[in-house]
Design a protein around this ligand. Structure first.
Ligand code: ATP
Ligand code: MG
Length: 181
């Protein structure tokens, strides 16, 4: 068996969806694997949680190889101002496309982008257009529940996390350090 040659190298479109836990953490696992191979990773979090997350702190240890930016704070939790939310999401998207156009990244993680799509704050056609026109070697990971069918169709690899049990639902257990943030 011959080893992978340059022509076998292709950026994949990967979708993590479903109701079970693990969509974002599996994306972070891929990021860890990529940076270990010296491949620069850009992660954009379209929903910013209320906590200082372990991943944002850990990214510092990898220097410029792992960049994590949180965008759209307040989005979905505070829908009092839809126009503001839309503007925030658009800012995040434009920031991301400019970064990618600047070159150098080998993996892009669009965390919770599926929420953005379900609210139609960015049209799915625009995301599909971006995926088509992206640098060919760039892996893109898109996470979030309810991935739209058109995105699933366009993707190379799709995994649905299946919720069997979660301590929040079973026991009303609060988010645990190191597990949820
Ligand atoms: P994680 O970031 O832990 O991988 P996720 O990306 O799969 O989770 P999200 O939809 O982004 O899931 O929700 C994030 C938060 O919701 C996390 O705190 C996670 O533990 C929690 N969560 C995920 N799935 C469930 C579930 N089925 N029931 C209750 N809470 C959940
Ligand atoms: Mg998530």
């Amino acid at each position: 068996m011959s080893s992978a040659t340059e022509k076998d190298r292709r950026g994949l479109v990967i979708v993590h969806t479903g109701d079970g836990k693990g969509k974002t953490t599996a994306a972070l696992g891929l990021a860890l694997r990529a940076v270990g191979n010296g491949m620069p990773v850009l992660m954009i979090q379209f929903i910013k949680g209320k906590w200082k997350t372990g991943e944002r702190e850990a990214a510092k240890a990898f220097g410029s190889l792992l960049e994590i930016h949180a965008m759209g704070e307040g989005f979905t939790w505070d829908t009092k101002d839809v126009e503001r939310d839309k503007r925030k999401v658009r800012e995040g998207w434009d920031f991301m496309t400019a970064k990618v156009a600047g070159g150098g990244y080998r993996m892009l993680i669009l965390d919770e982008i599926n929420y953005v799509l379900s609210y139609d704050y960015i049209p799915v056609e625009e995301v599909l257009g971006f995926l088509r026109d992206r640098p060919p070697a760039l892996h893109v990971v898109l996470t979030g529940r309810n991935a739209p069918p058109a995105l699933i169709e366009a993707a190379d690899l799709v995994t649905e996390m299946l919720d069997i049990k979660h301590p929040f639902n079973e026991e009303g257990l609060a988010a645990q350090r190191g597990i949820e943030f």
